[in-house]
Design a protein around this ligand. Structure first.
Ligand code: ATP
Ligand code: MG
Length: 498
């Protein structure tokens, strides 16, 4: 059996058990003792009455038994049996044990197993009227012998009692006692229930209040309905609820205040962020404009002057070839040829510079064509470049296209400067479904550690362009593992579409 089985019981059940256990024990003991006492009383009384009756009848029936006249005795016994319902049967037997008379009650139902017997004695008094020598006593004198008394048993009276009548009376009393004890038991039960309820009800309410507090409802209404420890518990829970509610309110107020501050700071940061992006865009556009004007200057002024220089040098060479041959004229012709070549080289460099500064090719061919053209230019330098593109780039906004072009330009320039790569791959994807332009430049060169700081501003410039356009940029590289540059620019930005 499991020890301490009451551990799982509720307080109500324990209270009822503690209260009812002694009461039930007392009730059972009382009922058992009462029943036993009543039965013992009946047996005692019957035995006493039976014995007295037998003795009294034996003492008065001596004459009738000796004389054999039993009619009077029968009448007497009949009267007795009729008047006393506790007598079951009375028998009178003679000396030999033979039954002389039997009277059985008509009302008594059952008999005791044993009977009470009293002997019927015959007493004979012998008086000697003669002296020892045969002469009669004349008068009473000192030699006269005293009379002798002899007793002889001539029969017996047997009385058998019936307990049913007395038992019925005692059973009635027992029933009343039982009813009273049951009433006391029921009253104890009701009292135990009321007591247990007076304890369990406030405890249940206290538990409900604690559950509500655990569920986040800190303000609970728990009146103090009882005294003692349970009352103290109710009062403590009520006070705790008020304190919790107050501190929660304080906390919520602080959180609300802090949230307001945070929202304010966030808005400020967003404003600053937007301003910063605008500034970068503005700076980039100024740089592009400045580049354009420098390109125009180079194209219109420097290149025009170089063409003039070339023409002048050419005409000096022609004049020198027409002059009479002399070592000086030959040298002038050679110098004029060198100046012409220098001017041509400078012109070519100027044109390259103009192309770099002002990607007119972007206006003419669009981003796709401009990048292809750029790759063709770089391809000649020992590293094989391949190009993949997807999507229609014709609707791309000018600013986005220039940024993308500049980003690719810097990435290719880095490959040429630092990677020592043998192959590089450029991918442009205009993902209309996701509203994104994806740029990926990958090389198989020596790679680098992107976490280590650098003195250059190429990658910083790329990041700034991407940031200004609300895009994302990732540089994946490790020493001897090549480099991959992955950029995603949103098309939905105001500057994205033209
Ligand atoms: N494709 C690449 N392969 C190997 N190293 C690279 C590559 N791209 C960049 N790096 C490394 O990252 C550094 C930073 O590049 P970044 O473009 O910012 O500066 P830079 O090229 O050195 O100078 P700048 O671009 O200002 O002329 C480089 O110095 C180089 O060490
Ligand atoms: Mg660089």
């Amino acid at each position: 059996m499991r020890l301490r089985f009451w551990r799982s019981w509720s307080i109500g059940l324990r209270m009822a058990f503690i209260t009812m256990l002694p009461v039930v024990f007392l009730f059972t003991a009382f009922v058992w003792y009462s029943w036993y006492a009543h039965r013992a009383q009946v047996a005692e009384e019957l035995s006493e009455r039976g014995r007295i009756l037998a003795r009294a009848l034996a003492e008065t029936s001596e004459y009738n038994v000796i004389s054999g006249n039993l009619t009077d005795l029968r009448l007497t016994i009949n009267g007795l049996v009729q008047s006393d319902k506790n007598i079951f049967r009375i028998d009178v037997v003679d000396a030999s044990g033979k039954r002389a008379l039997r009277v059985t009650s008509e009302t008594a139902q059952d008999a005791e197993p044993h009977y009470y017997e009293a002997p019927i004695r015959k007493q004979v008094v012998w008086i000697n009227l003669f002296t020892d020598n045969g002469t009669p006593h004349v008068s009473a004198s000192s030699d006269a012998r005293p009379p002798t008394l002899t007793t002889e048993i001539v029969g017996a009276v047997q009385v058998r009692m019936s307990p049913s009548n007395m038992l019925a009376k005692q059973a009635r009393r027992f029933r009343i006692e039982l009813a009273m004890a049951a009433l006391a038991l029921a009253a104890s039960g009701v009292l135990a229930w009321v007591l247990a309820r007076s304890l369990t009800l406030p405890l249940k309410e206290a538990i409900q209040a604690l559950r509500a507090i655990r569920g986040g409802q800190y303000r609970v209404d728990l009146p103090v309905t009882t005294g003692g420890e349970v009352g103290e518990l109710q009062a403590s829970i009520g006070e705790m609820s008020v304190a919790l509610d107050r501190s929660t309110q304080d906390l919520e107020n602080k959180v609300a205040e802090r949230t307001r501050d945070l929202v304010e700071s966030r808005n400020e940061a967003l404003r600053a962020d937007a301003d910063k992006r605008k500034l970068i865009q503005k700076v980039n556009s100024i740089i592009e404009d400045e580049r354009k004007s420098i390109a125009v200057e180079i194209h219109d002024e420097l290149n025009a002057s170089l063409i003039a220089v070339r023409l002048e040098a050419q005409s000096i060479g022609t004049l020198a070839s027409k002059a009479p041959p002399a070592p000086e004229t030959e040298e002038i012709r050679a110098k004029a040829g060198a100046i012409t070549k220098l001017a041509l080289d400078l012109y070519a460099n100027g044109r390259r510079l103009v192309r770099r500064l002002r990607p007119e090719v972007l206006d003419m061919l669009g981003l796709h064509g401009a990048v292809e053209e750029m790759l063709r230019h770089y391809d000649s330098a020992g590293c094989r470049f391949s190009f993949h593109s997807e999507g229609d780039f014709s609707k791309l906004g000018n600013e986005l296209a220039i940024s993308a072009y500049r980003i690719v330009q810097e990435a290719l320039s880095n490959i040429m400067k630092h990677a020592s790569a043998t192959a590089a791959d450029v991918t442009l994807v205009l993902d209309a479904a996701n509203d994104t332009l994806r740029i990926e430049v990958e090389d198989n060169g020596q790679g680098f550690d992107p976490a280590s700081s650098s003195e250059g501003i190429g990658i910083i410039g790329m990041r700034e362009r991407v940031y200004a356009l609300h895009g994302t940029m990732e540089v994946r590289s490790a020493p001897e593992r090549g480099t991959t540059l992955a950029i995603a620019l949103p098309l939905s930005d105001a500057s994205a579409v033209s």
